[in-house]
Design a protein around this ligand. Structure first.
Ligand SMILES: Nc1ncnc2c1ncn2[C@@H]1O[C@H](COP(=O)(O)OP(=O)(O)OP(=O)(O)O)[C@@H](O)[C@H]1O
Ligand SMILES: [Mg+2]
Length: 240
């Protein structure tokens, strides 16, 4: 399980995360929702080791991972798909997705992990031999998430996984991602659009100006008036 406690992060002298604490357990689909600039990406990037916190702890299965490098954190079983999908243009879709299986030791065969990635994004099956540079923005997003899945992570961190995807396919993609939890793994997504958070999410955290202002079920969040104000702002900002 991922356990974050009192995490403080400064960027260029400004306090961006203010003692945030939260948990993500295995078998859970958890979401971090907040307006633009609230601190979602900073949270995920700090977990991945791209930023050093001022104070606080990040534990994965009881081990403090704060001082580890990003590749070490990936090896411990955290998969990450960043906000800006980093797809290699010269490689095919199949190569982009299979890449993490080349270097990362895992007891499950690479084919099983790759097959799982295609199960979440069936469209990519047809594009296997297409070069990354010939994909649309939404397709690149899918490849980037599929690549993180192919790592066979215990915990999957996804920054705005639905951004750029057409609204019609968002529910099926979210459901496919949530299904990953049934194999006892955890999925944690950052979202700026509350409407993309399904009621079946196990936990919702709302972040506002670097602070967690709500932790609970999505349905409870929708009834919470203080949260509703922020959420409406989120929904409004996401629509504009
Ligand atoms: N490299 C940077 N240099 C300076 N300030 C930064 C940098 N990265 C982030 N920030 C600031 O930190 C705050 C949090 O940014 P962050 O990217 O974590 O927000 P976010 O919740 O992911 O927003 P969005 O929904 O727009 O992706 C913002 O005020 C942002 O301007
Ligand atoms: Mg962001």
């Amino acid at each position: 399980m991922l356990k974050v406690r009192d995490l403080v992060v400064d960027i260029q002298g400004s306090r961006v995360l203010r003692r945030i604490s939260f948990d993500v357990s295995y078998g859970e689909f958890a979401c971090l929702v907040g307006r633009n600039g609230a601190g979602k990406t900073t949270t995920l990037r700090t977990i991945m080791g791209f930023r050093t916190p001022v104070s606080g702890t990040i534990e994965l299965d009881g081990q403090n991972i704060c001082a580890l490098r990003p590749f070490q954190i990936a090896r411990m079983g955290i998969g990450f798909a960043p906000e800006e999908s980093e797809v290699f243009g010269e490689l095919t879709v199949a190569e982009n997705i299979a890449m993490p299986t080349w270097a990362c030791p895992d007891p499950r065969p690479a084919e099983a992990r790759i097959a799982e990635a295609y199960k979440v994004f069936p469209k990519l099956e047809r594009y296997r031999q297409r070069d990354g540079q010939a994909l649309s923005g939404g397709e690149r997003k899918m490849v980037s998430i599929a690549r993180a899945l192919a790592l066979g992570p215990r915990l999957l961190l996804l920054d705005e996984p639905t951004e750029g995807l057409s609204p019609i396919i968002v529910p099926s993609i979210v459901e496919g991602l949530a299904n990953v939890r049934s194999s006892g793994r955890a999925v944690f997504i950052a979202e700026s659009n509350i409407h993309h958070v399904p009621d079946f999410a196990d936990r919702l955290y709302v972040i506002e100006r670097g602070e967690i202002i709500f932790a609970g079920k999505p349905t409870e969040a929708r009834r919470d008036r203080a949260v509703a104000r922020v959420i409406e702002g989120v929904a409004h900002a996401a629509k504009s």
